[in-house]
Every structure is written in C-alpha cells, then in structure tokens.
Design a protein around this ligand. Structure first.
Ligand code: 8YV
Length: 327
C-alpha cells in the first residue's frame, strides 16, 4: 500500500532523478524554499519524519528547520559542498548528513581548467569578436596573456583541488597550494600563508569549501598581493571571495582579470561584473553535465534508501561519520 512508504521531505529546486528515485521508496513532500514550508505540513510530518533530501539552494537545512522534526535521522544533500546544511547542529543532535563527493570530482576539475584557459586566453571575448564580425572588419584579435609563464596557487587541496593539480601538472604548469593543513602526500609546495602565496603566484584558483570558516578569505589584501598581472579563478563558493573587493580590484586594475563560476548571491550577478568585458562569468556550471548530475542525484537517493533499509549511509560528511565516533 502506498501509505506504507515512509515520508521524505525534499527541499530545493525539483531534481528529476532524485524525485523519481525517492518516489519508488518514499512518499515525497517537495518544497522549493524552506521558508515556504507550511505549518500544517510540518505538523503532519513532525511526529514521524526521518528523512530529508536537499536538492541545493534555495533549499537548505539549518538547526531551526531540523529542530522542527524531532524524529529526523538523516539529511541527504545534493552537491559536494554542504554550506547550506548546518552539519555541526546535525552532529550535535545525532542527525546524519550526506553529500555527493567523488562522482563530480573530474567534471568540476575539467570545468576549472576550461574556465582558467578561457580567462587567461580571453577565449569567450575572442569568440564574441568573431561573432560581431570584427575579425573581418578590424583584423586579428589582440594578443593575450599566457598560461605558459604562470604558476597556479590552489586555495584548497581536497579531492577536486588534487584533480585540478593533476591536470595542471600534465599541462606543465607549476602548482603550489594553501590549505589549513599541509598534505604531506601532495607533491606541491605548501604555503601556510595565503598572502604569501598570493604574492608568489600569478593565478589564484579557489577550490575550498564555503561556510563561515572561509568567508571572504579572498579579500582586498589578498587581491593586492596577487598583483596587476594576477588572475583569480573561483570554483568554490561566492562567499569565499569578498565580491565588493574583487569588483574594486578589477576596476582599478589591481588584478588582471577573473574567471568566476560562483557568486555571493546566486543567481544574481552584480551588474558591474557583467559590464566588464575582461572577466569570464559562468552560471555555476562546475558539475553541470548530464551524466555527472545524474550520478549526484542517484547518490542522494542511494544514501536515503540505504539508511531506510538499515544499511550505513554511503557518503556521510566528516562532521557526522558513520559509524559515529565515540565521545
Ligand atoms: C552544484 C556544487 O551545482 O557540488 C557542489 O558543491 O556547487 C555543484 O556541484 C550545487 O550543489 C547545486 O546546488
């Protein structure tokens, strides 16, 4: 009987494969924005809701939301980044959080290299030049900067950071990195100080988790240290970069250019950035291919289905390990 299926609350923009997968095993209640969660739905679900799926912003689960569901056991979030979920609160209240790592690593690394090349070699702008008929009218597109004489400083050397570094190595581009802790197994020079790394390199490529700890890590001082030949690539979260400071640095030519896949207030992008022809702007497409997104969606479903069957979750986040660590 359909009613025997347990309830799952899905928060966020509809995701075809998540919803189809969940519907096989659960009674799905879908709400795009947590603020639209009606009190009567909460009242109906609260006595028994054990499962929540989050399909990405504006969906999210903070402590106040999770607290409304006293029987909540697991929140399965779409995306490797889970800054829209309060994993600390979850950990403190015995709720498991899962994300979707690994299945997107190579895709996001590919996109990062694409964005880097587009930015350094001005490829989108050169294409606009051709499409506008300027090649025939004005002659060859101007000569650009090059990746050949650059060192890339990775801000973050997690799974995706390492996949980017491997690509850069194959491209014969020197790599250094800054992270909270050195990774002894990584064959790249480590900079404990971000400012010092910014001074030493001419590309900063940001691929670190979002959230309070990394908010505005890239500020006016770091951009100043990167210098007038410097290029900033952000593949992480808009929150990691002080967007006002970046706009000022670009306007004043304190850095050369920027390639951005993420923004502070998505999907809104400051008009000042849109008006700049020398920056490359992508609508958060790092992982956005059909097969990769399908695999991410599948992993959200699989985490919930396994938990429902009494099996361990596949990809719990480090704050909520499974089995739980003893205090
Ligand atoms: C998704 C991402 O676009 O995995 C992440 O952390 O940023 C992307 O893959 C995002 O999660 C969509 O909400």
């Amino acid at each position: 009987m359909a009613d025997e299926k347990p309830a799952v609350l899905f928060l966020g923009p509809p995701k075809k494969h998540i919803l189809a997968g969940l519907e096989e095993e659960f009674t799905v209640h879908a709400v795009v924005h947590p603020k639209d969660l009606a009190d009567d739905l909460v009242a109906r679900l609260a006595p028994h809701l054990r499962f929540v799926a989050v399909g990405g912003p504006p969906g999210g689960a903070d402590g106040a939301l999770m607290q409304r569901f006293g029987k909540l056991e697991i929140v399965a979030s779409f995306g490797v980044g889970y800054d829209n979920i309060d994993a600390q609160w979850a950990a403190a209240h015995g709720v498991i959080v899962t994300n979707t790592p690994d299945v997107l690593t190579e895709e996001v690394a590919d996109t990062a290299i694409g964005l880097l090349l587009c930015t350094v070699r001005e490829l989108p702008r050169a294409e606009r030049y051709l499409r506008a008929g300027e090649w025939a009218r004005k002659g060859d597109y101007r000569l650009t900067a090059s990746l050949r004489d650059r060192t890339v400083g990775l801000v973050g050397l997690g799974r995706i950071g390492q996949a980017i570094a491997r690509r850069l190595e194959a491209m014969r581009v020197p790599v250094v990195y800054h992270a909270r802790r050195p990774r002894p197994e990584a064959p790249y020079p480590y900079f404990p100080s971000l400012i010092e790394m910014a001074r030493a390199v001419d590309v900063l490529l940001v691929i670190t988790p979002g959230g309070a700890e990394t908010r505005h890590l890239i500020d006016a001082k770091v951009l100043e240290a990167l210098g007038p030949n410097g290029i900033l690539i952000n593949m992480a979260r808009g929150s990691v970069v002080d967007e006002r400071a970046l706009i000022a640095a670009l306007k004043e030519r304190k850095i050369l250019s920027a390639g951005l896949d993420v923004f502070a207030d998505e999907p809104l992008v400051p008009q000042e950035l849109i008006d700049m022809d020398h920056v490359v702007l992508l609508p958060h497409v790092g992982s956005a291919s059909e097969p990769t997104r399908r695999a991410m969606e599948r992993l959200v479903v699989d985490n919930l289905v396994r938990w429902k069957r009494g099996e361990p979750p596949l990809t719990p986040v480090p704050e909520t390990p499974w089995p739980p660590k003893r205090a």
